[in-house]
Design a protein around this ligand. Structure first.
Ligand code: AGP
Length: 629
């Protein structure tokens, strides 16, 4: 949820930290701050902390006036969980004596009791955050702990070793943390800890780096360590040492990052969202590369034998948000082709139900970030209950990838805009491959049929390109018709109903315009009462077996004065009879229509958001990775 970054090396830390925070801003942008090493008038080391409410740009402006020669520091960009966005609640947080400063991503579940005990022992808290307990716990472990009269615990001596103090503090904490800590008494050292919150460590030619995401360090190195739960790292200018919870030296595996920093820049586009929408033809192509070898579908990362796959008799797709909508598409495909019952469930619901899971249940966990807390909890629960779990994620080495029996990586590459676009397309293409494989293994589709479908799937790359090249004007006109609405309804049938959900979510999250998705046939059971001229109905009515039925439902809306915008199939001229605005997609098999028909809805949402003066890359109240419940 939050982004953390740290640097110790030969160069000035301030700019490196700000640059890293800008790249991590997709993780949260309520407030931001840095802690930099400094010296006082007598030349003694101290830690200076600068914090600002709002985006990293505000912090950057404030830091212009700060003359810092520090070559070691830590930074943070926050998405508020405990405590509203304010300077006091912004990270870094410091110990009572200000000599220890830290940044944290995660949630400390037992913070209330820890805080109470710390206050009893004389600590003063400056914020409402859960994180601050860590600063005081580390302070006690470092300097020594006073006796606690309430519990009868005697005083304890300090260990005067930052890494040791961090390790000790972690033993008291229940919850999730990615933590980077500096101490005025150990210049040039950053102590790092991780549990259930992403931390990557990198060593470049000019120093050592820690961050929540590789994107913050990729300029310096492509070889990173993805810290595991219970592992610790001590970064210095000279190098990095890794230890386990007992302090034993370990040598974690190094992961090579094969994507480029250009992929994380806007590359001439006005915003990341548009850039990422325009990358979608490439995402389709890359996700399919190597998936058909010698005329056979090839998904060898599955982690399941063909025999095991053949035994699958129930599929659950678990995911959140946009990834959940990709699951809705998958349900249609898996049931249509493989004839296996498939349920799609929000991970946040699945984890607290008692779903029917047997050893022949396949759970497919879909997550762009691979670190969504609810999805991870659902994976763990499903595995305990005996299901095989298959992950579909965009982030190599992410928790979803590591905790699943097998994984397909969507080849979207880094997605920066908070609203998911290209990763959705990568997910749908990957789920389509999975559905084809299940159908083939179950003998429901022949190898020849699978090959034909695979080749048509590949054609969607050019079809998306056609939409990007030709529909700009139509989308602009449709956006003008929506921008002043108080609410909008997205409707469709079959695949169209699933796509409608994603269209409504995109509009809501970036334009702050209320939108709802409804199965078109359900309109007359209630929502049609909402319709008036200020209430646009956005329909997915592409040529499909339910086209005529959808058109009938739209006529019902038209008769009640709705403003109708339709995503239709190129060549469908009749649709103009009921539609105020038509956006075309090329003719496509219904099974693949989600891959193309979603694209105009992404563009429409962006256009409406821009017309309403919204920030399309960083919508209010949101963060890209939701690592809390
Ligand atoms: C999509 O536009 C959203 N920002 C959000 O719904 C997202 O899809 C959801 O939080 C799930 O994230 P994940 O795919 O990283 O698990």
């Amino acid at each position: 949820m939050c982004g953390i970054v740290g640097y110790t090396g030969l160069d000035q830390a301030k700019d490196i930290l700000v640059d890293g925070l800008k790249r991590l801003e997709y993780r949260g942008y309520d407030s931001a701050g840095v802690a930099l090493e400094a010296t006082d008038g007598a030349g003694d080391p101290r830690i200076d902390v600068v914090r600002r409410v709002g985006k990293v740009a505000g912090l950057e402006s404030e830091l212009v006036g700060v003359d810092s020669a520090a070559t070691c520091g830590i930074g943070h960009t926050r998405w508020a969980t405990h405590g509203r966005p304010s300077v006091a609640n912004a990270h870094p947080h410091v110990s009572c004596d200000g000599r220890i400063a830290l940044v944290h991503n995660g949630i400390i579940e037992n913070f209330a009791e820890l805080r109470e005990a710390l206050v009893r022992r004389g600590h003063t808290f400056m914020s409402d955050t859960d994180t601050e307990v860590f600063a005081h716990l580390i302070e006690e472990a470092y300097d020594g702990r006073p006796a606690d009269a309430a519990t009868g615990e005697p005083a304890r001596p300090g260990c005067h070793d930052l890494m040791g103090a961090v390790r000790e503090a972690c033993t008291h904490v229940v919850g999730a943390y990615g933590l980077a800590v500096v101490c005025a008494d150990e210049p040039g050292v950053i102590a790092v800890a991780r549990k259930d919150s992403p931390i990557i460590i990198g060593r470049g030619e000019r120093g050592s780096y820690v961050a929540s995401d590789v994107i913050a360090v990729i300029d310096a190195t492509r070889d990173v360590v993805v810290l595991e739960d219970g592992q610790f790292a001590r970064l210095t200018r000279e190098g990095i040492t890794y230890t386990d919870a007992e302090g034993n030296a370990i040598e974690p595996a190094v992961t090579h990052i094969d994507w480029d920093i250009d992929m994380a820049e806007k590359g001439g586009y006005p915003d990341f969202m548009l850039k990422e929408i325009c990358e979608q033809p490439r995402v389709v192509r890359d996700t399919l590369v190597g998936r058909m070898t010698g005329g056979e579908l090839d998904i060898d990362e599955l982690g399941l034998t063909m025999e095991e796959l053949n035994l699958i008799d129930r599929v659950y797709v678990i995911a959140c948000g946009t990834s959940y909508h990709a699951g809705l598409i998958a349900k249609n495909l898996i049931e249509m082709w493989a004839r296996i019952p498939c349920e799609v469930e929000a991970a946040s619901e699945f984890r607290y139900r008692n779903p029917i899971i047997t050893p022949s249940t396949l759970v497919v966990a879909v997550s762009q970030s691979g670190e969504t807390a609810d999805t991870l909890a659902a994976i763990r629960d499903a595995r305990i209950k005996g299901a095989k779990v298959f992950g579909i994620t965009n982030v190599v080495g992410s928790p979803v990838a590591r905790e699943s029996d097998g994984v397909i990586y969507t080849k979207a590459n880094k997605e920066i805009a908070v609203a998911s676009t290209k990763s959705f397309i990568g997910q749908v293409v990957s789920l389509t491959l999975l559905a084809l494989l299940l159908a083939q293994v179950k003998g429901k589709l022949t190898t020849g049929q699978v090959r034909l479908l695979f080749s048509e799937l590949g054609n969607t790359a050019e079809q998306i390109q056609w939409i990007l090249d030709t529909q700009e004007e139509a989308i602009h006109e449709a956006a003008l018709a929506c921008k002043d609405a108080h609410s909008a309804l997205f409707v469709g049938r079959g695949m169209g109903a699933a796509i409608a959900n994603e269209g409504a979510l995109k509009l809501k999250e970036i334009s702050y315009l209320h939108a709802e998705a409804y199965a078109a046939g359900e309109m007359k059971h209630g929502p049609i009462a909402l319709i008036d001229r200020d209430f646009p109905v956005i329909a997915i009515a592409t040529k499909s077996p339910v086209y005529d039925k959808t058109v009938s439902n739209l006529k019902e809306c038209e008769a009640r004065g709705a403003k109708i915008i339709v995503v239709a199939t190129e060549g469908d001229e009749d649709i103009h009879k009921i539609a105020d605005h038509v956006i075309y997609i090329p003719p496509v098999r219904d099974a693949f229509s989600a891959i193309t028909a979603t694209v105009p809805l992404q563009l429409l949402a962006r256009e409406v958001a821009l017309m309403r003066g919204c920030d399309v890359d960083q919508p209010r109240n949101l963060a890209k990775s939701v690592t809390v419940e």
